[in-house]
Design a protein around this ligand. Structure first.
Ligand code: ATP
Ligand code: MG
Length: 457
């Protein structure tokens, strides 16, 4: 679509001449003879660019420029003036004008300037749109009180430059939390660089983190920048930090203490300004106690601790997450909006989700792909969710040893009876024909703790 340009000049001949040229070049020009007329037009429809004369009777161009900065900060403005003094030009640029052209206008210059200003503005808009999209795809869904608390923690931690250590089980959303912190920090327009410490072979990690010089080792045919260098002015996300060797831990510690490092095989010391966010699903206290994680590194990383709880401890989040992923998966498959039957929802809400949000997301995506009906029902769900007891029992009954198969049966049988009797041991004992003491012993030998079981369900 042709870009619309509003020419604001009290000299009608200039308006007419410029409009003619712009129209010939494929733009859609319009003109206004005063600041007030310009404001009226802009109110009706915001143009793609304003070409603005400085000196006009009544209110001048600088005044309009100031007003536009407030009301339409993204609208590019090019100033023009017949008695262009350096001071006016400087002032206009300081106020946010894209450029300043002197009259009489050189049409070549004008067209060049216009094309550049429009391109810059288009890029800025695209940038904003992409950023909004990134923010949207990294939205954290969570209505449970613990997640609301976590969102508050993120809001407080994000704008600081403090190091953050995120812990939690697999698939709980640790990476998402790290990205949210970056998106809400001052470093948002700089890189977010992820390093999966568990996935990089020991002999390569140093070169990946710090880069290497040409010829540093066999195969180093070119100088390569490391992740810390790439993350300069931004954020580095050290994922699976509990899986790093002690040697790598020592190297990371140095960079955290001194903010400097050398590329492998290099002598030049590089300095970077990087915010560090680390994550792990391991219990670092245990790792430290067993000598696998350096205590000094732990304290350096753990300035702001954030714990993401497993999904089974925030069941209020299951429904909103299901909705969220259903909507996203349906949109991606350009299919119609799917929904879950009340019974299916019930099953999904009590499932323990050992793989947390990632497991939930995968299951929803699979359901949307595989289930042809608009309403997803219990029978469409994976068996461990649709019939958890039956599944567990079936697996147990396939055991090699009679003792294991019998234990599987006894387990499911007794859990069923306990559940039916509201977890009351005396009453259950009576129903199944055992003495209370014998039942208690049996439960202990099967590893069933009534209190725990009640909590899970
Ligand atoms: N609260 C949430 N709202 C929306 N999406 C979420 C939420 N939590 C996790 N997810 C999504 O679930 C998936 C797994 O999350 P993520 O990768 O952040 O988990 P993780 O804790 O880093 O897992 P792992 O320990 O396995 O690396 C991602 O696709 C993520 O976008
Ligand atoms: Mg992760």
């Amino acid at each position: 679509m042709a870009s619309s340009i509003l020419i604001v000049d009290d000299e009608e001949s200039i308006c007419r001449a410029v409009a003619g040229i712009l129209a010939d070049e494929g733009y859609t020009p319009a003109s206004a003879a005063s600041v007030d007329e310009a404001l009226q037009r802009i109110e009706q429809q915001v143009p793609d660019l304003v070409l603005l004369d400085v000196a006009m009777p009544a209110r001048d161009g600088i005044e309009l420029l100031e007003e536009l900065r407030r009301s339409c900060p993204e609208l590019p403005v090019i100033m023009m003036s017949g008695h262009g003094t350096i001071e006016t030009a400087v002032r206009a640029t300081k106020l946010g004008a894209y450029d300043f052209l002197e009259k009489p206008l050189s049409y070549d210059k004008l067209l060049l300037c216009l094309a550049r200003a429009l391109e810059t503005s288009r890029l800025a808009q695209e940038n904003r749109r992409l950023r909004e999209e990134i923010t949207r795809t990294h939205e954290i869904i969570g209505e449970s009180p613990v997640m609301q608390e976590l969102l508050k923690q993120i809001a407080v931690a994000a704008p600081t430059d403090g190091r953050v250590l995120i812990t939690g089980e697999n698939g709980t959303g640790k990476e998402l939390v790290a990205r949210q912190i970056h998106l809400n920090s001052k470093r948002v327009s700089n890189p977010f660089v992820e390093v999966n410490c568990a996935a990089i072979p020991e002999e390569l990690i140093e070169s990946v983190l710090f880069g290497h010089e040409k010829g540093a080792f066999t195969g180093a045919i070119q100088m390569k920048r490391g992740r810390f260098e790439m993350a300069d002015a931004g954020t580095i996300f050290l994922d699976e930090i509990g899986d790093m060797s002690l040697m790598t831990q020592a190297k990371i510690l140095r960079i955290l203490q001194e903010h400097r490092f050398e590329r492998v095989g290099g002598s030049e010391t590089l300095e970077v300004n990087v915010r560090v966010i680390a994550a792990t699903n391991k219990n670092l206290e245990t790792e430290m106690a067993e000598g696998r994680f350096r205590e000094d590194l732990y304290y350096r990383l753990n300035v702001i601790p954030i714990y993401v709880p497993p999904l089974r401890q925030r069941r209020d989040d299951i429904r909103p997450l299901l909705e969220h992923f259903l909507e996203r998966a349906s949109a991606q498959n350009s299919g119609s909006r799917r929904s879950l039957s009340a019974k299916a929802l019930e099953k999904l809400a009590v499932y323990p989700w050992p793989g947390n949000v990632r497991e939930l997301q995968n299951i929803v995506e699979r359901l949307v792909l595989m289930c042809p009906r608009p309403v997803i029902d219990v029978e469409d769900l994976p068996p461990q969710i649709a019939h958890p007891d039956r599944e567990k029992l079936l697996r147990g009954l396939q055991s090699e040893k009679l003792a294991d198969a019998r234990a599987a049966f006894e387990r499911e049988y007794l859990l069923g009876k306990l559940r039916a009797n509201q977890w009351n041991i005396s009453r259950t004992a009576e129903v199944v024909g055992l003495a209370r003491e014998s039942l208690s012993r049996k439960l202990r030998s099967l590893g069933i703790t009534v209190e725990k079981q009640k909590d899970v369900e």
